[in-house]
Design a protein around this ligand. Structure first.
Ligand code: AMP
Ligand code: MG
Length: 488
C-alpha cells in the first residue's frame, strides 16, 4: 500500500491527437473537504487505508493541487438523448484528472465530477449538487456488490457553496473511477463529424487498452463490436435481474466497456412493476424498466452506425442480431440463480415469466420476495407463509410454488444446501430510493454518518447487518413515490 505521492499515472487518453479532449484547469470549490471515502476504491488504487487523512487528499483529488503526472482534460462526445441526436455534448462538468496505473497493473480513470466548467458546459455551471453526488457515490458500490459492471467512486467532497437548480442546493464533488470513460457517444461524435480517421484511432485506443485479445485478430473491429454487444447484453441482464432502472439510457451514458455509467434519476424497484419509470422527466416512459433491453439494442445500433467506416453493414447487422439471444441467455442464467436452480430445463423460462406476472399483479416487493425465497421449504405440506402472504389471493402463489417445488425435486435440490447458496445471490439490501433519500437529508444537514452506514450496507448486500433491518424494508408511505429529478 502506497501513500498518495506514489500514484503512477499513465495518461493514454491525453496522448490521443488534439480534438479528442480539451485541457482544462479544474476550478473546484475553495472549501472542498472530504466527507466520505470508499475504502474499497482506495484498495483498488493501492492506496493506504488512511490515505484520506493526508492533508492534501481533498486538494489532490478535488483538482486544486493536481499531483505531478495528472493532466486534467474534458473528453468530447455526442449522443442520442431521448432518441434525438445531439451533435456535441462532452464532459461539461467532469474532468479526467489522470489515469492511474495501480500496483496490480489495472488502470483507473480518476474522474472528478463537479469540478467547474469546461468548453463542453453548454451554458451549464460545471457543478454537481450534493443530492446527486450521494446517489452516484452509493449506487456504484451497490451495483458492484451485486456483480454488475459499473463505475466506482473514490470519495465525495463536500462544500458550503450554493448551487442553483430548481432551488438553491449544496454543491459537492465526486471522484469517480472506471477503466475507461469512453461512451457510445464518443464514437458517434467522430463519425457524425466525418472525422473517420479519429473513429479508427479511438477504436485502436479502446481495443489496445481494453480488448487486447482482439488486437491481432482478423476483422478485429467487427469482433470488437460483437464484444460490446455481448457486454451490453450482460449488463442489461444484470439490471433486469436485480430490478435496477438506469433512467437515462442516452447513448452518451452508455459505456463502451459495458459498465453502468452516469447515475442520474436511477431507481431500484420496490414493488415489482415492469412499467416503472424512475425519471420524473421521462414522460413517454422511453426508459421504463421493461424497455431497457429494447433501448440497449437501439443504442447499440447507433454505435454500429458510428463504426460503419470500420465494419461492414453485414457485420454490424450480424453483431446486433446476437443481442437478443445473448440478453435472454444471461437473464435466464441470472434468474435461475435467483431461484436456486443448478441445472437447466426448458420450462424454466415459463416458471420465471409466470412468477413475474404474479408479482406484478400483487405488487410484490421484488427484493424482499427473492430474499424470502432463500428459505423456501420444499416439503409437500409446507405453506411458506412468509412468501404466500405477499400475494393476493395467496393461492396464486401456491399454484406457482407447486411447480417450483416439482422443479426443485427434478434436480434433487436439498433445501439446506440451496438456502446457503441463495443467500449469496438474493440480496437483503439494495439501494432503495427511500434509504438513499434519508442519507441525503442527513448529508444536507452536514452529517455523513448515514451515507457511510448505507455504503457499508450496500457494499455487503448479502450479509444480515444486525440493527439495520429497517433499511431492507419496503418504503414507508412518505418514501413510496419520491420524485427523482433529472437535474443534478
Ligand atoms: P447528464 O444528464 O448528467 O448525463 O449530462 C448530459 C450532458 O450535460 C453532459 O454533456 C454533461 O456534461 C452536461 N451537463 C450536465 N449538467 C451540467 C452542468 N451542471 N454544467 C455543465 N454541463 C452539464
Ligand atoms: Mg451523461
Amino acid at each position: 500500500m502506497a501513500p498518495l505521492e506514489q500514484l503512477v499515472f499513465d495518461n493514454t487518453y491525453a496522448r490521443l491527437p488534439p480534438g479528442f479532449a480539451a485541457r482544462v484547469a479544474p476550478a473546484p470549490f475553495p472549501d472542498a473537504h472530504v466527507v466520505s471515502v470508499n475504502p474499497a476504491a482506495l484498495r483498488l488504487l493501492g492506496l493506504d487505508a488512511d490515505a484520506a487523512t493526508h492533508p492534501e487528499f481533498a486538494r489532490v483529488f478535488g483538482g486544486a493541487r493536481p499531483l505531478p503526472g495528472m493532466e486534467p482534460l474534458a473528453m468530447v462526445y455526442a449522443g442520442h438523448q431521448f432518441g434525438v441526436y445531439v451533435p456535441r455534448l462532452g464532459d461539461g462538468r467532469a474532468l479526467l484528472l489522470g489515469e492511474v496505473r495501480a500496483p496490480d497493473g489495472a488502470k483507473w480513470d480518476l474522474h472528478l465530477k463537479g469540478g467547474g466548467p469546461t468548453p463542453f458546459s453548454r451554458g451549464g455551471d460545471g457543478r454537481a449538487v450534493l443530492r446527486s453526488t450521494v446517489r452516484e457515490y452509493l449506487a456504484g458500490e451497490a451495483l458492484h456488490a451485486l456483480g454488475i459492471p459499473t463505475t466506482r467512486a473514490l470519495c465525495m467532497l463536500g462544500s458550503r457553496t450554493p448551487v442553483y437548480r430548481e432551488e438553491v442546493e449544496t454543491g459537492a464533488m465526486l471522484v469517480r473511477m472506471a477503466p475507461s470513460h469512453v461512451r457510445f457517444g464518443t464514437f458517434e461524435f467522430f463519425h457524425h463529424t466525418e472525422q473517420h480517421a479519429h473513429v479508427a484511432t479511438l477504436a485502436e485506443h479502446v481495443i489496445t487498452g481494453h480488448f487486447p485479445h482482439l488486437a491481432a485478430q482478423e476483422r478485429r473491429h467487427a469482433r470488437f463490436f460483437e464484444e460490446v454487444v455481448e457486454r451490453t447484453a450482460r449488463l442489461i441482464a444484470g439490471w433486469q435481474a436485480v430490478g435496477f432502472e438506469h433512467g437515462v439510457m442516452n447513448t452518451d451514458n452508455m459505456s463502451i466497456l459495458g459498465l453502468t455509467l452516469d447515475y442520474g434519476p436511477y431507481g431500484f424497484l420496490d414493488d415489482f412493476d415492469p412499467g416503472f419509470v424512475c425519471n420524473h422527466s421521462d414522460h413517454q416512459g422511453r426508459y421504463a424498466f421493461d424497455q431497457q433491453p429494447r433501448v440497449a439494442l437501439w443504442n447499440l445500433a447507433c454505435l454500429g452506425e458510428a463504426l460503419l467506416t470500420l465494419i461492414t453493414e453485414d457485420e454490424a447487422r450480424a453483431a446486433l442480431g446476437a443481442f437478443q439471444p445473448a440478453f435472454a441467455a444471461h437473464f435466464l442464467a441470472r434468474m435461475r440463480e435467483k431461484l436456486g436452480l443448478s441445472g437447466t430445463r426448458d420450462e424454466d423460462r415459463a416458471l420465471v415469466e409466470d412468477l413475474f406476472g404474479l408479482m406484478a399483479a400483487s405488487h410484490v416487493d421484488y427484493t424482499r420476495f427473492f430474499r424470502a425465497l432463500n428459505r423456501f421449504d420444499s416439503r409437500p405440506d409446507a405453506r411458506n407463509d412468509a412468501l404466500r402472504d405477499a400475494f393476493l389471493p395467496p393461492e396464486d402463489f401456491d399454484a406457482w410454488a407447486a411447480r417450483y417445488r416439482a422443479r426443485l425435486a427434478s434436480e434433487g435440490s436439498v433445501d439446506s444446501v440451496r438456502h446457503v447458496r441463495m443467500d449469496r445471490v438474493n440480496p437483503k439490501y439494495v439501494l432503495r430510493n427511500w434509504v438513499a433519500q434519508q442519507a441525503i437529508a442527513r448529508a444536507q444537514e452536514g452529517d455523513f454518518a448515514e451515507v457511510d452506514r448505507v455504503l457499508a450496507l450496500v457494499s455487503a448486500p448479502f450479509d444480515e447487518h444486525p440493527g439495520s433491518e429497517a433499511s431492507a424494508a419496503s418504503p414507508p408511505t412518505w418514501g413510496r413515490h419520491l420524485v427523482v429529478s433529472c437535474s443534478s
